[in-house]
Write a protein that binds this ligand. Sequence first.
Ligand code: ZN
Length: 228
Amino acid sequence: MLWMLILIGVPMLFGLYAQSKIRRAYEKNVRRGSRGGITGYEAAAAVMRSAGISDVEIVQVPGQLTDHYDPIKKRLALSEMNYRGSSLAALGVAAHEAGHAIQHKVGYSMMTVRQTMVPATQIAAGASNFAIIAGFLLAGSLFGNTMLMLGAVALTIIVLFQLVTLPVEFDASARAKAQLVELGILDRDEMGGVNETLDAAALTYVAAFVAALGSLLHILMILVGRRD
Ligand SMILES: [Zn+2]
């Protein structure tokens, strides 16, 4: 029970904290306009142009913080407020996604590894919940233990995926911060709002990794405990 509290409860609280932090950072900095007034769309286009990328289309997608880069379709998707807006948050997010496009173009190794892991991770994510629930419900039986082991394998894949996601996200933000200043999109004294937004976003990826790791260790402890 104590281990469950530590391995599941603490990461869950950390996750909630990270979620509230990004929401607060975004809501604050989406209201802070940039001096130059160029939009997220223009910033993403400028960052990619400076890296010699001309075959990635930038599209607007519905929702808030739904921004992402799709390496398969070569499409950079920005949510409405980040696409049209010229806030510090919008420019930070737009440049971050452009950072992913640059990683793709230069063949950044961690991104390649992450992309290779996507299919296996999707299967693992689908299988892990079923396996773990079945494992707990049929605890003690051979089938139950087999399900728990299957759950542990699936969680290991998810943990590794979350782990390689970290350098990919940190690197995209580092590229974004450097490019926004270098290209004169933002002045150095405006970077506080960008840093706050991107660092809070990065924390959610750390939280996702910690949560997956906690779940894996919990299952492993149960499996080891049962064999004694
Ligand atoms: Zn990202």
